[in-house]
Design a protein around this ligand. Structure first.
Ligand code: GDP
Ligand code: IMO
Ligand code: MG
Length: 418
């Protein structure tokens, strides 16, 4: 079975937790897009980890973890991440990196910083060089991971790629030197070489022999470069359609798509967020939900759940099921808002329009009664208070997709299956 796990909102929905949960049974986990901008927090018997690039299947010694061709890899940061995992007692030898993935070069991180300073309205990027690396890939200036293999050729390639970059962006010359860059990349090269492969035979064998293959997304639908709140988006496609191109699997092989959504909404970075709360409820969700970015440490803004976004994703991502995360955070609210539609100039929208319109919409809310009970020890749907069960049933009926998982805490064990 090929099973995609995708973010249904603005990122940080809890994809890492659910991929870790599913990975116990998976033979392979493939990251299909994005790079070190991810912050996927995992809590399991090994401890608490924040993964940025490594697939969230790494805690399973028998699971092969693949970085697909759609991913961008910062070699130095990946080496640091592998080192941190090894120090936590985690084996990392099952990590495979596609020779076709692209490198995030040190100058891409400089460019991310520089280009943000040029914008009239900042995107609020993670400054991990993601946008510039994808720009170079699409612009055909990029360097593929496989090019690291031949040492002499790679050295020459770094030099020529940096020169070409400086011809296009002369301002980057003041950010660092070629020598330091070569030294950093050569050191990382030594560690990464054994992991670099042609991933097609491996992935093909897994799919053709009917193994359980998980596809792990980074970020969420609303930050998708085509379908999100452009230009306040990332430079790749978190949507399920990109699993095929990014992982190297035919679209017809993907049979299960789990959309991951919080029971409310959060975002880091700029752009329209119709259900954002600037009142005591927003502060409650931020504090109780501990909503801080795992990569940048930035405070996430919080708001009520947005059903137009879930409905939009139900079509675009083809969810076969949803996982509703962080239900435990909602306890103790008198009433819980749910946005069921938007209004703009007298017109009703059931799914999000592009950002230039979304920034002007007014959310239409329905309010459901809250509950006071703590949910974190509930292990079955029946143990949830009736009002919490109603909340789940209400979302399900409005979105038209079954909510198969309800998460009541960060730990792998705090997951209710229906
Ligand atoms: P990802 O980027 O989609 O993998 O999500 P993040 O890891 O960035 O953010 C989700 C945060 O919520 C992490 O700190 C998780 O440990 C935490 N988390 C996940 N599920 C739950 C849950 O059901 N309840 C609570 N309280 N925290 C959760
Ligand atoms: P995970 O995988 C939340 C946001 C940034 C910014 C926009 C573009 O943990 O869900 P980028 O650095 O990609 O060019 O930034 O996307 N962003 C994230 N927000 N979680 C993430 O990753 C994010 N990765 C990027 O804040 O608005
Ligand atoms: Mg995250």
């Amino acid at each position: 079975m090929v099973h995609a796990v995708v973010g249904a909102q603005y990122g940080d929905e809890g994809k890492g937790k659910m991929v870790d949960y599913f990975a116990v049974q998976a033979q392979m986990v493939i990251r299909y897009q994005g790079g070190g901008n991810a912050g996927h927090t995992i809590v399991n018997d090994y401890g608490k980890f924040a993964l940025h690039l490594v697939p969230s299947g790494i805690f399973n010694p028998d699971t092969v973890c693949v970085l697909g061709a759609g991913v961008v890899v910062h070699p130095g940061n990946l080496v640091k991440e592998l080192h941190a995992l090894q120090q936590g007692g985690i084996r990392t030898d099952k990590l495979v990196i596609s020779e076709r993935a692209h490198l995030v070069m040190p100058y891409h991180i400089w460019q991310d910083e520089y280009e943000e300073s040029l914008r009239s309205e900042q995107v609020g990027t993670t400054k991990q060089g993601i946008g510039p690396a994808y720009q170079d890939k699409i612009g055909r200036f990029g360097v593929q991971v496989g090019e690291m293999r031949d040492e002499a050729r790679f050295r020459a390639r770094i030099e020529s790629a940096f020169e070409a970059k400086l011809r296009r962006e002369p301002a980057l010359a003041s950010y660092g030197t070629l020598d330091a860059m070569v030294e950093e990349l050569m050191a990382a090269r030594k560690v990464l070489l054994p992991h670099i492969k042609d991933t097609i035979p491996l992935v093909r064998e897994a799919v053709e022999s009917n193994q359980y293959v998980l596809l792990e997304g980074q970020l969420g639908l609303m930050r998708d470069v085509d379908w999100g709140i452009y230009p306040f988006v990332t430079s790749s496609n978190p949507v399920a359609g990109a699993t095929s191109t990014g992982a190297g699997i035919p679209p017809t092989a993907i049979t299960r798509v789990t959309g991951i959504t919080k029971a409310y909404t959060t975002a880091v970075g700029s752009g329209p967020f119709p259900t954002m709360l600037e009142d005591a409820n927003g502060i409650f969700l931020q504090e109780k939900g501990q909503e801080f970015g795992a990569t940048t440490g930035r405070r996430r803004t919080c708001g009520w759940l947005d059903l137009p976004t879930l409905r939009y994703g139900a079509w675009l991502n083809g969810y076969t099921e949803l996982a509703l995360m962080k239900m435990d955070v909602l306890s103790q609210l008198d009433q819980i808002g749910i946005c069921v539609a938007y209004e703009l100039d007298g017109e009703r929208f059931d799914s999000p329009p592009p950002a230039y319109l979304l920034e002007r919409v007014t959310p239409v809310y329905e309010y459901l009664p809250g509950w006071s009970e703590d949910l974190s020890d509930c292990r079955s749907f029946e143990e949830l208070p009736a009002r919490a069960q109603n909340f789940v049933a209400f979302i399900e009926s409005k979105v038209g997709v079954p909510i198969r998982y309800v998460s009541v805490g960060p730990d792998r064990k705090q997951t209710i299956v229906r």
